[in-house]
Design a protein. Structure first.
Length: 116
């Protein structure tokens, strides 16, 4: 993940918002604005991939990825990094970017519509 440090990236939600604790009740327009047009500033040089959880059974039982960094032309799942995760059995949330910083800008959320 080092080559993506100090860069803006898109983050794609991998779960439907209603199936998560963190994004439950997120409206379609809010999802469009945040996950289809926003850019998040990455400050991390290391991170977990979804495929890493396949080998870390202890983490897999307790942590579920919600969103992945998918900017910079990263298409293959093994090259994507977990950006947001939540606990499966407890209210635990993990963000791999500096949440205290201004993270994103909003554009027209109707540019890239989802069907949900």
């Amino acid at each position: 993940m080092g080559e993506y440090k100090h860069t803006n990236s898109r983050i794609d939600l991998v779960e439907h918002p209603d199936d998560t604790y963190l994004f439950n009740k997120m409206t379609r327009e809010e999802k469009q604005a945040v996950f289809n047009t926003a850019q998040f500033f990455n400050m991390q040089y290391t991170g977990l991939r979804p495929s890493d959880l396949d080998y870390q059974i202890g983490l897999q039982r307790h942590l579920r990825p919600l969103a992945l960094f998918t900017g910079h032309g990263i298409d293959k799942k093994e090259d994507q990094f977990i950006a947001i995760a939540e606990g499966i059995e407890m209210p635990l949330y993990a963000f791999t970017y500096g949440v205290e910083m201004i993270q994103f800008y909003f554009e027209d959320p109707t540019k890239t519509l989802d069907n949900f």
